[in-house]
Design a binder for this molecule. Structure first.
Ligand SMILES: NC(=O)C1=CN([C@@H]2O[C@H](COP(=O)(O)OP(=O)(O)OC[C@H]3O[C@@H](n4cnc5c(N)ncnc54)[C@H](OP(=O)(O)O)[C@@H]3O)[C@@H](O)[C@H]2O)C=CC1
Ligand SMILES: Cc1cn([C@H]2C[C@H](O)[C@@H](COP(=O)(O)OP(=O)(O)O[C@H]3O[C@@H](C)C(=O)[C@@H](O)[C@H]3O)O2)c(=O)[nH]c1=O
Length: 297
């Protein structure tokens, strides 16, 4: 029986990973998160924990003795990180460093989630794992520093960089831009979307699949786990409108300059999945396949 500890198990990706793995009889799954379990009826155990409380983290590791640790916890809102730098550093860097030490101490494999926001987005092609990060905002800085801590401390690790994760959120979880577009158009409201920020959006189920593949390989290093389609946010919004038969005239494409976002974001942070395809057999779904689950009420 493989013992798996999922940190950030109430989060959008963490819960999907937890649900998928706990359906597998070969896995014993423990989830932990800052707030109480958002869906306690699953086939898992749950521990409430602040990853900044190092003694409590140590007790948890000693109790669970995990074979694999999947870290999906983070302060993941770039605007918040920009304004709360100490807090962002504590959770996205220092606590990750501590988790990496705990994994080394226990002999656990560490799968850590990261982001396309480690890149500056100035490239005219998809980024590979060999490209050098140069984050534009403080969230990206902390995520890059977290990656470096994991790589420096752990012998058995994988860093999964994901991009604009979408799918159906549970009550209590944050949504995503695709869901926001759908909700706004269904309500007959306009939405402004950037036409010059390009991404490779990722269905949340593909993140879970990619993470499972990373758990089951001995490979160490960074892997880009995202969708294969490279689209602007405006193109994504039109695809959502067309898929759900909604009024595309409510979509207002604007430039990043016109959007006046509080936090700088990369223009083109699409990631290449060549390495994950070659080494893991990872094959993501298309955007339309991923959108299917958002039909469900
Ligand atoms: N969503 C996206 O589009 C993208 C996400 N990523 C990365 O993927 C990972 C997962 O993202 P996502 O699922 O969206 O994240 P969420 O924000 O949905 O979830 C993060 C979870 O972390 C938990 N958490 C935060 N602080 C603490 C703490 N101090 N102690 C314990 N738990 C804590 C929260 O717990 P609780 O809910 O219990 O408070 C929350 O459930 C992150 O590393 C993020 O940076 C990268 C690119 C895109
Ligand atoms: C809310 C909103 C966003 N956007 C754009 C901005 C951005 O390019 C994209 C997604 O915006 P969001 O604010 O949802 O998320 P944003 O903070 O840009 O997205 C990031 O989340 C963190 C966790 C990451 O690590 C990144 O990979 C990325 O997915 O959509 C619009 O065009 N219109 C809108 O109304």
């Amino acid at each position: 029986m493989k013992k798996i500890l999922i940190i950030g198990a109430n989060g959008f990706t963490g819960r999907r990973i937890l649900d998928n793995l706990s359906a597998d009889d070969a896995c014993e799954v423990v989830g932990c998160s800052f707030h109480p379990d958002i869906r306690p009826e699953g086939n898992h155990t749950f521990v409430r924990l602040d990853i900044n409380d190092y003694p409590a983290v140590e007790v948890l590791f000693d109790h669970v003795c995990p074979d694999v640790v999947v870290n999906c916890s983070a302060l993941s809102v770039p605007d918040y990180c920009e304004q709360h730098r100490e807090e962002a550093y504590a959770t996205n860097v220092a606590a990750v460093e501590n988790l990496a030490h705990c994994c080394e101490h226990q002999g656990s494999r560490f799968i850590h989630l990261s982001t396309d926001f480690v890149f500056d987005g100035k490239s005219d092609r998809l980024y590979t794992e060999e490209d050098l990060p140069a984050p534009l905002n403080y969230y990206g800085v902390t995520k890059y520093q977290g990656e470096q801590a994991v790589a420096n401390i752990c012998r058995s690790y994988a860093i999964a960089r994901v991009v604009v994760v979408y799918g159906k959120a549970l009550p209590g979880q944050h949504g995503n831009i695709l869901q926001l577009v759908k909700n706004r158009l269904e309500a007959g409201q306009e939405i402004r979307v950037v036409s010059d920020q390009y991404r490779t959006p990722t269905w949340v189920a593909d993140v879970a699949d990619g993470v499972e593949r990373l758990m089951n390989t001995g490979n160490t290093g960074i892997y880009h786990i995202c969708g294969a389609e490279h689209l602007s946010i405006a193109e994504i919004a039109y695809r959502v409108a067309d898929y759900f038969g909604l009024d595309r005239s409510l979509i207002r494409p604007v430039t990043t300059e016109e959007m006046k976002e509080a936090t700088p974001r990369p223009r083109n942070s699409g990631l290449s999945i060549g390495k994950a395809k070659r080494e893991l057999g990872y094959r993501p779904h298309t955007l339309e396949e991923g959108l299917k689950e958002m039909r469900l009420k």
